[in-house]
Design a binder for this molecule. Structure first.
Ligand code: CP
Ligand code: NVA
Length: 343
């Protein structure tokens, strides 16, 4: 929500460019390989990035560590058992100390107010690696994945380059306006979808049980950004997937909600994403599936998750390139006005 549509588009395109530079032999839809990586920009050379993680992570942590390495820098993983933050030291003091030694902070926190407090007191940029309310870097990876697979939606595709320029064969294409369905819990991943996709021209259809509506802090932002006009929200999963080009879900039990597991499993009965649900609901026959991972079989069955429609592993690979693009712009080049162009 803090980036304009133009900035979002720029980050996604930069991620694609970094991926092409690092993996020049791969087609856009192939799995990334960890072998024979080439180095892109060295904007983090001699720079240290603090990874402040108070919750578990596989993809976000690996993306941040491997992306920092490729950009020539050093990532310092600081788990909540390692440092004084939150136990012997305030967020305010920790932000000033860490920001005095590192050139960027990537933080995964519990309550969203913690990252607001970090950003308020840090002398260096702070990026959200997931909070109770938002998961912005996930949606950037999802967008890159949709861009890369835009031809599979069998709709007219808009080139991302200005209409006067001729697109090169491997250039990214912005997907056509898509109908994106989300079936499941109103959690951090959905919240970033709500403030992002409508601003890029896509429609969102959401189904969640009545008592799992987006909190006011999120919905106020949705309305402020005029995203609500392109969002349909109901309780019927079949209605949500009507006409969907993409179907997305997330775990029903987010980190920190383990005590609510039994109640949530009961409340979300009928919300599992399956072929049958999407067929009966009238999804686009070519619909694709995405999930931020980690996944449980409650919210999506194996047939969909491991099937031909699933983009989940290209999506997880793209966490790395999109986080790399953000680190390059905001940690590597943020103090060089002629290389970072806001707006
Ligand atoms: N999608 C995602 O953020 O995964 P991790 O929790 O493993 O980082
Ligand atoms: N909603 C999930 C996302 C995990 C990447 C959680 O917060 O646990």
């Amino acid at each position: 929500a803090d980036l304009s549509p133009r900035q979002i588009d720029r980050v996604v395109r930069h991620a694609h460019a970094l991926k092409r530079v690092s993996l020049p032999w791969l087609g856009p839809q192939q799995r990334t390989s960890s072998a024979r990586l080439r180095m892109p920009s060295q904007s983090l050379f001699n720079k240290s990035i603090a990874l402040l993680f108070s919750k578990r992570s596989t993809r976000t942590r690996l993306s941040a560590e491997t992306a920092t390495l490729l950009l020539g820098g050093r990532a310092l993983f600081l788990g909540s058992d390692d440092i004084q933050l939150g136990v012997n030291e305030s967020v305010r003091d920790s932000a000033r100390v860490i920001g005095g030694m590192c050139q960027g902070i990537f933080a995964r926190v519990g309550d969203h107010s913690e990252i607001e407090e970090l950003a308020k007191h840090s002398p260096v940029p702070v990026l959200n690696a997931l909070s109770s309310l938002w998961h912005p870097t996930q949606i950037l990876a999802d967008l890159l994945t949709l861009y890369e697979h835009s031809h599979s939606f069998q709709k007219p595709v808009f080139p991302i380059v200005p209409s006067t320029a001729k697109p090169k064969p491997d250039e990214l294409a912005v997907p056509p306006p898509l109908t994106i369905a989300y079936v499941g819990d109103s959690a951090n991943v959905l919240h970033d979808m709500l403030v992002t996709y409508p601003r890029l021209g896509h429609s969102l259809r959401v189904a969640s049980p009545e008592k799992y509506r987006a909190p006011a802090a999120v919905w106020n932002r949705v309305v402020e950004l005029e995203c609500d006009k392109k969002i349909w929200w109901g309780t019927d999963p079949k209605e949500a997937v009507r006409g969907a080009d993409v179907v997305i879900t997330d775990t029903w039990i987010s980190m920190g909600q383990e005590a609510e597991k039994a109640q949530r499993l009961q409340d979300f009965q009928g919300y599992q994403v399956t072929e049958q649900l999407c067929r009966e609901g009238g999804a686009n026959p070519n619909w694709k599936f995405m999930h931020c991972l980690p996944r449980k079989s409650d919210e999506v069955d194996d047939e969909v998750f491991y099937g031909a429609r699933s983009l989940v592993f290209p999506e997880s690979d793209n966490r790395k390139w999109t986080i790399m693009a953000l680190f390059d712009f905001l940690f590597g080049k943020w103090d060089l006005p002629n290389t970072y162009e806001p707006g």
